[in-house]
Design a protein around this ligand. Structure first.
Ligand SMILES: NC(=O)c1ccc[n+]([C@@H]2O[C@H](COP(=O)([O-])OP(=O)(O)OC[C@H]3O[C@@H](n4cnc5c(N)ncnc54)[C@H](OP(=O)(O)O)[C@@H]3O)[C@@H](O)[C@H]2O)c1
Length: 299
């Protein structure tokens, strides 16, 4: 469920699993305006859904609607996955946190969150899952830079002294001596300008992660790769969180295989401004006005 939602790669991803595991079922994008979220979530059980995922802008509000949520979701303040329990009640969790760590570890098995200072840029929903995951994995110093300082302060208050909020102007200097850089802002997404960040002070050994996955290689990742930094794109995070959802919904534990990745990659533009999904192609841009893209959005 999202608003808008038609850009989502989740149907391609989950329907791949249905086919792969020969399960009868289908995953459908549900364009739900915020004022209908409660009714839509309550309709899942009578309609026979096993659960759903939630995306912008529903993650926070849904937490107040479900009957129960796990500790991680409550700490983060947002749910991204709902399970319909046998009695029809709703249970929520945040599977983005698992996606973030598992994705890095699959590509860099020796990675450790406590290897040195981490710089997280952004303090929105994605950042909350990233910071939670880093803290859980033992990160001792997380330098948090967000355009709106108050949001970084609020996140730091919630997650404790290892999270150090910074002024937005200090983001370039914060890279000095860092072992990890994570972009969690929407900058670098198709239709958005690149993240304005100078990498000069970032050690070339630092791992650079972008959770944006449209395009697959954001301008930040291109710049990092060109100066020799190891990089991780955001698609793996999406794939890994989907696996967590399948365990919860169907008791199946899928793997992120090269074939799965290739299937979803084929639907994504590789670089901003290249091929599938470019502005104008109508395949993945979130409309600024959802109603302009979704027929009869009120129904
Ligand atoms: N790979 C995955 O599985 C995954 C999971 C979650 C999210 N994501 C991606 O992560 C991105 C962010 O998602 P989200 O849910 O965290 O969104 P969000 O809650 O709306 O947060 C957006 C963040 O971007 C910052 N931002 C927006 N415009 C900016 C600008 N012009 N300059 C600097 N910062 C700016 C915001 O700063 P302010 O606080 O100042 O507004 C905020 O920190 C999206 O591309 C989303 O698709 C990927």
């Amino acid at each position: 469920m999202g608003w808008p939602v038609m850009h989502s790669r989740s149907p391609a991803l989950h329907n791949y699993f249905f086919k792969h595991y020969r399960l009868t079922g289908t995953y459908v994008p549900l364009a739900i305006p915020p004022e209908r979220l409660q009714a839509a979530l309550r309709a899942l059980a009578p309609l026979g859904f096993a659960g759903c995922n939630l995306t912008i802008p529903h993650k926070e509000r849904a937490l107040a609607i479900v009957d129960e949520a796990d500790d991680a979701a409550r700490r983060i303040g947002a749910i991204s996955c709902v399970v319909v329990r046998p009695d029809g009640s709703l249970w929520g969790t945040n599977n983005d946190i698992h996606g973030f760590g598992r994705n890095i570890l699959q590509q860099h098995p020796g990675w450790r969150a406590d290897a040195g200072p981490a710089v997280v840029v952004g303090a929105g929903g994605g950042a909350r899952a990233v910071v939670y995951s880093l803290v859980e994995r033992g990160a001792r110093e997380i330098r948090l830079a967000n355009r709106t300082r108050e949001r970084a302060d609020a996140l730091a208050r919630e997650f404790g002294s290892s999270v150090m909020p910074l002024d937005w102007e200090d983001r370039h200097r914060a890279l000095d001596g860092a072992a990890l850089l994570v972009n969690t802002t929407s900058q670098g997404m198709v239709g958005q300008p690149p993240l304005d960040l100078r990498l000069d002070l970032l050690p070339v050994t630092a791992l650079v992660v972008d959770i944006v996955y449209v395009p697959l290689e954001t301008p930040l990742l291109t710049a990092a790769r060109q100066r020799g930094n190891p990089t991780v794109d955001g698609l793996g995070m999406l794939l890994h969180q989907a696996c967590v959802a399948w365990r919860l919904w169907f008791g199946v534990d899928p793997e992120v295989t090269p074939e799965l990745r290739a299937t979803i990659e084929a639907t994504l533009p590789r670089y901003a401004g290249s091929g599938i999904g470019d502005p104008g192609s109508g395949t993945n841009l979130e409309p600024t006005n959802p109603a302009s893209r979704i027929p009869n959005p009120g129904r």
